[in-house]
Write a protein that binds this ligand. Sequence first.
Ligand code: PEP
Ligand code: MN
Length: 350
Amino acid sequence: MLVVMEQDATQEQIDAVVARIEENGYGARPMPGGQRVAIGIVNNEGPVEPALFTGLAGVKDVVPVTRPYKQVSREFKPEDTLIEVGGTVIGNGHFTVIAGPCAVESEEQAMAIAEKVRAAGAQVFRGGAFKPRTSPYSFQGLGLEGLRILARVREAFGLPVVTEVMDEASFDAVEAYADIIQIGTRNMQNFSLLKRAGRSSRPILLKRGMAATVDEWLMAAEYILAGGNPRVILCERGVRTFVHHSRNTLDLSAVAVVRKESHLPVIIDPSHAAGRRDQVLPLSRAAVAVEAHGIMVEVHHQPEKALSDGAQSLYPHQFAQLCREVNDIFRIVKPGGAGAAQADPREKSA
Ligand code: PEP
Ligand code: MN
């Protein structure tokens, strides 16, 4: 349920509504909007009686929230959520390009790739330190040392960094180093991890489970918002289907649905959707056209030597081409938009 205040409602009137909500044992989430304040009611198990609020001064309307995910829904918060990290804004009107290797393998590797992706226009650097690998015998990531390398990349190139957290045990460490914390497809419904993410001060990049419905994905995001962290970026990374021509199937329609149902930013990871580099550019073009708020792309300076996901990692020159193309498409899709990756003019002549 949402209590919508009159445009000229006073702070006292807002406080009185909050008090009435709390007196009844519920939680109140006031949300200042462009025009007026709306106050969301949370922690109610059953339906809430609208008459509790309709008579209060300054109340315009009491609106039921029909979706199971409340705080994540547009019914609850009609305005798009914008998330600012290290000077970069992620959300409506912006197209954010996140790029870097699948895994941080060494300082030299991370620095070499960061230099290339920044020059091409990436605004955020990615790199896994704790890697969720299908086989226990595969490279598991550098762990803490990987986090320290990411911090040095941030310092050297001024790029915010995103990295995955795999469990609660390593959450504090990841939180201390990362600008954005990634929860991967395999952990989308790890509810204790989601609750810990809800107590974090960092934005959370929540990937869609490889077999999750959009409703399940949004409910997973709801755990994080319900825990007190409103800064969630959703990431569609492909779902498991019967096809063999790609690693997963990129579900572009999920982006259109999420944009309608939720105010949270939603980006696309074409690399894990494709599993092979020749599909990454076409899927990235589609990501802009479907109005995703950005992409996260795997790039490696020597993909043939990569310790994970080399086959889907772009060569730096391919990534530079990708940035140019997504910029061009973004300008058509959102003529007034801002924040598209700004390709370095030096890359253009390369
Ligand atoms: C990743 O981004 O490195 C990753 C492991 O992705 P996903 O969880 O989508 O497989
Ligand atoms: Mn990967």
